[in-house]
Design a binder for this molecule. Structure first.
Ligand code: AMP
Ligand code: MG
Length: 374
């Protein structure tokens, strides 16, 4: 009985389909001389939701090799992912996992909405607070950056940030009294991270912002996902922060450094293989008041926007650490900054002073990099 019903339905469907085909043929014949009649179109089946629908995707081919590139946004900045292989569908699968990881990291470390970090900040002064292993590790690296740069990198600078709100519609300058009051709650050495118990303690009134290092960590994590998925050649770039694995069609990856006074132009291109390149600068987010630039990197010694470098590019094996160090170079400036870079193992830097002079670390002296930014 059931079979009969199905058979009847099949016959009926065939009849309907034939009728539909004849109707379409008639319509096609009529198209040339008269406007088409309105044919009711059944609702199409909903497309599967593409959770990465906000990225644009392109493919470049060389022989059987394919370079798949995704562009979009993450962590409040531009995102570029590239990976080489032969099967574009497989490359898309890997890039989806990479982007998921970047967005997961953003969710843990953001201070723009509730996150594990904001919940930790809410509990300042309440003794050691249990945190995830990864938050404990990133905070430990942040403190290491604070120690190496003698406090130029200081994730506790956060109380100063609201004083320098360059994003406000009518930005105003803080008073010295307001800066001094905020500075009382800024001191990286008073953040205690216990990597055995995965706890963090900080004094009451303190708060942490990881904006100077979280992108680097995200890039390290994203590259770990690529490696876990068997990728041999790929690139992760978020704003001025890049990690490059292997090569692009057999050649070095070409990583551009923006001209800090004309960020639409490049002033140097670095050939990179298996390295991280992190660039910080006073041109990323700023406001000008009475001809003076107020930007987003704060000197924890003065509580004011830093005056050390227009731009600082740090090259090293690990993006998290290089990211923190690059931010600190903008605070310290080329002289004090380069002394620190020269003491760090496998770390190089391109520092552009406030006068536009370009300073290269000893391992880059032979690189084709202009000596002055104009
Ligand atoms: P980056 O682009 O890596 O240089 O990071 C800049 C961001 O670091 C800023 O937008 C702030 O969120 C944060 N930041 C600013 N000044 C400091 C500082 N002295 N130490 C640590 N983080 C900072
Ligand atoms: Mg940084």
């Amino acid at each position: 009985m059931i079979q009969n019903t199905c058979a009847a339905q099949v016959v009926r469907s065939r009849v309907l389909l034939s009728a539909f085909a004849i109707l379409m043929a008639c319509n096609a014949a009529r198209l040339a001389d008269s406007p088409p009649a309105q044919i009711p179109v059944p609702n199409p089946a909903p497309l599967p939701v593409d959770k990465h629908g906000d990225v644009t995707r392109t493919t470049t081919a060389k022989g059987t090799d394919r370079l798949r590139e995704w562009r979009g946004g993450v962590m409040g900045t531009s995102l570029q992912l590239e990976v080489l292989g032969t099967d574009v569908a497989e490359l898309d699968r890997v890039l989806g996992l990479v982007l998921d990881e970047l967005r997961r990291v953003e969710d843990v470390f953001t201070v723009w909405r509730e996150s594990e970090l904001t919940r930790l900040n809410d509990r300042a002064g309440q003794g050691p607070i249990p945190v995830s292993r990864e938050l404990a590790l990133v905070l430990a690296t942040s403190i290491e950056c604070g120690r190496v740069t003698r406090g130029a990198f200081d994730v506790s600078y956060f109380p100063l940030r609201s004083l320098w709100n360059y994003q406000a519609e009518h930005p105003t300058l803080p008073t010295q009294a307001e800066i001094d009051a905020a500075l009382a709650f800024v001191d990286w050495s008073r953040i205690e991270v216990d990597l055995e118990k995965n706890t963090v303690a900080m004094p009451a009134g303190f708060s942490i912002d990881l904006g100077g290092i979280a992108k680097g960590y995200g890039i390290d994590r994203a590259m770990s996902v690529m490696l876990e998925q068997g990728v041999k050649n790929g690139l992760v770039q978020a704003g001025g922060d890049t990690k490059a694995l292997g090569r692009k069609f057999g050649e070095s990856w070409q990583i551009a450094i923006k001209n800090p006074r004309h960020p639409g132009e490049l002033f140097a291109v670095l050939p990179v293989v298996n390295q991280c390149v992190q660039t910080s600068g006073d041109y990323e987010r700023f406001v000008e008041i009475d001809g003076q630039r107020y930007h987003h990197i704060i000197d924890p010694r003065t509580g004011r926007p830093s005056q050390g470098c227009m731009s600082a590019t740090v090259i090293g094996p690990e993006a998290t650490f290089a990211d923190g160090i690059a931010t600190a170079m903008c605070v310290l400036g080329p002289q004090a900054g380069m002394e620190i870079i020269e003491q760090l193992d496998r770390v190089e830097a391109v520092l552009v002073g406030m006068d536009g002079e370009v300073h290269l670390s000893s391992g880059l002296k032979k690189a084709a990099i202009p000596s002055k930014v104009r």
